[in-house]
Structure formats: structure tokens, C-alpha cells
Design a protein around this ligand. Structure first.
Ligand code: HEM
Length: 471
């Protein structure tokens, strides 16, 4: 059945339209604020249904919530220079320094030019052995836990994706260092999140146990990466890992190599930005599969047909069409980054909306992914939306888990390759059964976490898997 999804071809994204801004009474704002602290993605759906596509807010900061894909396009692409990242990103500065996620201007543009080639579509296949190796280690653990009690699959996914991205950064013999960095980053991220949620009460200079632990972790990470850089510079390796390539990279315009501190910041940024998101995408996908046995059966049929019982190879990935559709649809319902905050430098006007200089503008990806003008029956999990021939018709700003525009994710191809391969490996060998059937709510922070652990029993699919051979 054809979807009623609007397409770029069908709708001129720049044709004038008028939208009405909804302002809220103070009591309503206060009620909404309390709701937002509990769950802002949940609130965003309520607000969109109640107040429409553009909502003006005064709490916690003055600004606008935008839901409509054409307005996301305005903020993220057409007039993106007017909307840099807002102050919310500052909490990460002590941890990530001037890495790509936080930097701006010329420094950002230069590093993006240097790092981007490592993550191009045709290039990421070089990371496949790292991805498969990480996946096999987890499957070994799962084999040993068959017949035992349920496992926290969300924790498994975080450990797996951390292992994969950290190892992709360094030589294959540096697993121990890679994982030490990953764990240090986790400590720091937990503290940065606490600080963001404390509404200004918890300051970085306070000697709380959390702040002290985060300070120690940052120093330890910097020491390890600095040491790896020194070793890398001495050995001038031709390895396929990201660090080796950053060491020899020069900016094609200035001819300059990267400074050590800048390399440290980029390595930390890539590990941090590259694992939680992918881990969440996989967790939500496994959660949805457990609720949709018909989708799981079709997925398994594809895996058996394409992979049989041999290990996955780079050439298999394009043939895993349905696997990819499942992953993309899971990220529509549960985008790992559900919203991005920006701040207007100058005033702006479009579609009857007036943005004032200094307004905080929140691009609500979570609502755009369900926008009724673009998606029919939006709450339904239906991988068919991404079938070849249909996916092309989706408006790019109605589906943007990796964001769009100049600050779009640099790791999109890596993440999709990793997601497809790991999903294929897991589902091919194991069936995961939930230990309870209650729905799991979202717990949005800067990423879209699960509100409670995803507890599942691991069951081997067939005798071949029970013998413990890799797919
Ligand atoms: C499913 C997995 C992923 C999702 C959903 C995702 C999503 C995003 C989003 C929405 C942004 C924009 C953030 C903002 O503007 O606030 C972003 C930026 C970024 N992501 Fe990802 N990401 C994923 C995986 C990865 C991976 C695997 C890497 C690297 C190995 C990575 C590296 C980055 C970097 C460096 C940025 C900053 C880019 C810039 O501003 O130039 N991401 N990602």
C-alpha cells in the first residue's frame, strides 16, 4: 500500500506557507517545563498535537521549538550559519575540548576536511574486521549464557559499540588502551550529564566525588592518547586505524598537520560521539524486533539466504537490504539524538515565524520523524517505509537521525555499516526473548535512552550456532 508520505518532488520545500506561532500562558509553560524535565520527547508530541508546528517558550530559555521538516531545513541548512550550537554543549567542553562536535568556524572546517575522508561511504569497509571481531566476542559471551537468566542487552550494546569504535581508532594491538579510554569517557560523560541536569547547581569547580573522578579520568585519557601519538609518530605505521591517519593527515588547503592536543580532542570526540548513539540504535532495534515477530522472521530469512552459515564479508552488506530497512525504521521511531539545540545569532523570519537574536531554537527530530504530513500511521513500526524505491521519496528533513546540513554526523556510514553487520550477526545466531512484556518508555537526555533495562534471554537459533561457530 502506498504511503501518503510527502516527497521533495511532490512538495516544493521553499514555496511560501504561513504558520502560526503558539505562545503559552505562564501556568501552561510551568506545567510543560515540569513535564519536560521528566521526558521532553514525550512532551514534544503532546505540545505538537496541542499547539501546532511552532511553539514559543520562555522557560528554561527564551526561544522556539520547531517540529516541521521545512523549518528544520531552514535552521540546519538554508540559514544554518545563523544557528550555531547553543550553550548546552558547553558542559562537554572540558572533556572534548575543540573536537568536531564542539568546535566551530575555521578550526571546525579544517578538522572536518581532515577527518571526513576516514568516514566516507566507500572507505568505511576497512573497519569491517574490527566490527566483526567486536561482534564475535559478544556472541561468544552470549553462547556461554544460553539457558541462563536474562541479560541486560542495553549494557551489552553499549559495551559492544564502545569496543568497536575505540578499536577502530587505534592499532589492533592496542585494545587495552582503547578500552581504558572508553571507560574514562563514560565516567566523564556521566558527570557532564549530572551537571547539565542540575540546572546550574552543580559546578565544575566543586570538589564533589563525581567532579574529582571526572578530572582524574580526563587526565588519564589525555595521558594515554598522548603516549599513543608519540608511539605512532615514532613508528610511522601504515595501519588502517583512525589515529595513524590523523597523524599523517595534512589540511589540503593549508598543508598543516594536526597539533597533538587537537588529535587528542578528535579521538575522544569520535569515541564518545560514535558509541552511545550506535549502541542505542541497536538496543531499540532489538526491543522492536522482540515485539514484531513477523519482522524478525523476515529478517532471519534474509540473513539465511544472504549469509548462509559463513562469516559475513564486505560484499554481503549491500545485499542485507531488509536488515538495513529494519535499522532505519527503528531509528525513525527512536532517533538516538532526538533533538538538537541551536541559538540564533541574528533575527530571522520565515513562513510567518519571527526568530529574535539570542532565541534558543530546538529542532525536534523526534516529532519530525512522526510528522503526520509526512508519515502515515507514524507510530507503527514498518520497515517497508525504507524499501528501495520508497525510501528515496522521503523528505530528507522528515528523516534525519544523523542530522542534515553542515553539522550532520560524520560517522553516518560507519554507524550504518556497524549497525547492519552487528544486527545481522546477532539475529543470525540468536533469538532474544524479553523477560517481561511491559513496554519500555524513553528516557531522553542528549541521547534517547531506555527508561529501564532491556532484560532478555539469549536463545541459540540452531545446532550450528550452538557449536559456537561465528556467522
Ligand atoms: C546511530 C549512530 C549515530 C547517530 C544516530 C548519530 C547522530 C549524530 C547527530 C544527530 C549529530 C549532530 C549532533 C548535534 O549537532 O548536536 C552527530 C554529530 C557527530 N557524530 Fe554522530 N551519530 C552516530 C554515530 C556516529 C559515529 C559512529 C561517529 C564516529 C565514529 C560519529 C561522530 C560524530 C561527530 C564527530 C559529530 C560532530 C560532527 C560535526 O559537528 O562536524 N557519530 N551525530
Amino acid at each position: 500500500m502506498a504511503e501518503a508520505e510527502h516527497t521533495e518532488a511532490a512538495t516544493d520545500p521553499d514555496a511560501p506557507r504561513t504558520f502560526t506561532e503558539a505562545g503559552l500562558s505562564w501556568p501552561q509553560e510551568l506545567r510543560d517545563f515540569a513535564h519536560a524535565l521528566r521526558n521532553y520527547t514525550d512532551l514534544s508530541l503532546v505540545v505538537h498535537a496541542r499547539s501546532g508546528d511552532v511553539v514559543r517558550r520562555r522557560i528554561p530559555r527564551r526561544g522556539l521549538w520547531l517540529f516541521h521538516p521545512r523549518h528544520l531545513r531552514r535552521v540546519l541548512r538554508t540559514n544554518a550559519r545563523n544557528y550555531p550550537k547553543n550553550a548546552a554543549y558547553r558542559a562537554l567542553r572540558p572533556l572534548l575540548g575543540n573536537g568536531l562536535l564542539l568546535s566551530d568556524g575555521e578550526l571546525w572546517a579544517r578538522d572536518r576536511r581532515i577527518v571526513a575522508p576516514e568516514f566516507r561511504e566507500g572507505v568505511v569497509a576497512r573497519y569491517l574486521p574490527t566490527i566483526v571481531g567486536g561482534g564475535e566476542e559478544l556472541l561468544e559471551e552470549w553462547s556461554a549464557s544460553v539457558g541462563r537468566g536474562p541479560r541486560d542487552i542495553g549494557v551489552d550494546m553499549q559495551r559492544l559499540t564502545l569496543r568497536v569504535v575505540a578499536r577502530a581508532m587505534f592499532h589492533s594491538d592496542l585494545h587495552r588502551e582503547a578500552e581504558a579510554i572508553g571507560h574514562g569517557l563514560e565516567i566523564c560523560l556521566r558527570q557532564a550529564t549530572r551537571q547539565m541536569l542540575s540546572v546550574g547547581l552543580l559546578r565544575r569547580w566543586m570538589p564533589t566525588p563525581g567532579n574529582l573522578a571526572a578530572g582524574r579520568a580526563v587526565r588519564e585519557i589525555d595521558r594515554i592518547v598522548r603516549d599513543l601519538i608519540a608511539r605512532g609518530r615514532r613508528s610511522a605505521t601504515h595501519e588502517q586505524d583512525v589515529l595513524s591517519r590523523l597523524l599523517v593527515a595534512t589540511d589540503r588547503e593549508s598543508g598543516e598537520p594536526m597539533a597533538d592536543q587537537q588529535i587528542i580532542d578528535e579521538v575522544k570526540t569520535l569515541i564518545l560521539a560514535g558509541h552511545e548513539t550506535t549502541g542505542l540504535a541497536l538496543s531499540w532495534t532489538l526491543y522492536l524486533l522482540a515485539q514484531h515477530p513477523e519482522v524478525e522472521a523476515r529478517l532471519l530469512a534474509e540473513l539465511r539466504r544472504v549469509l548462509g552459515d559463513r562469516p559475513i564479508e564486505a560484499a554481503d552488506v549491500p545485499a542485507l537490504v531488509y536488515t538495513r530497512m529494519v535499522l532505519l525504521e527503528a531509528m525513525r521511531l527512536y532517533p538516538p539524538v532526538p533533538a538538537v539545540p541551536r541559538e540564533a545569532i541574528d533575527e530571522d523570519a520565515f513562513d510567518g515565524i519571527r526568530v529574535r537574536a539570542g532565541d534558543n531554537v530546538i529542532a525536534m527530530i523526534y516529532v519530525a520523524h512522526r510528522h503526520p504530513e509526512y508519515w502515515s500511521d507514524p507510530e507503527r513500526f514498518d520497515p517497508e517505509r525504507f524499501a528501495p524505491g520508497r525510501a528515496e521519496a522521503i523528505d530528507p528533513y522528515a528523516y534525519l537521525p544523523f542530522l542534515r546540513g553542515r553539522r550532520a554526523c560524520i560517522g553516518e556510514h560507519f554507524a550504518i555499516l556497524e549497525g547492519v553487520v552487528l544486527l545481522a550477526m546477532m539475529v543470525r545466531r540468536f533469538h532474544l526473548e524479553r523477560s517481561d512484556q511491559r513496554p519500555i518508555a524513553t528516557r531522553p537526555m542528549s541521547t534517547l535512552r531506555l527508561a529501564r533495562p532491556l532484560m532478555m534471554r539469549v536463545q541459540a537459533r540452531d545446532a550450528w550456532a550452538r557449536r559456537g561457530r561465528a556467522p
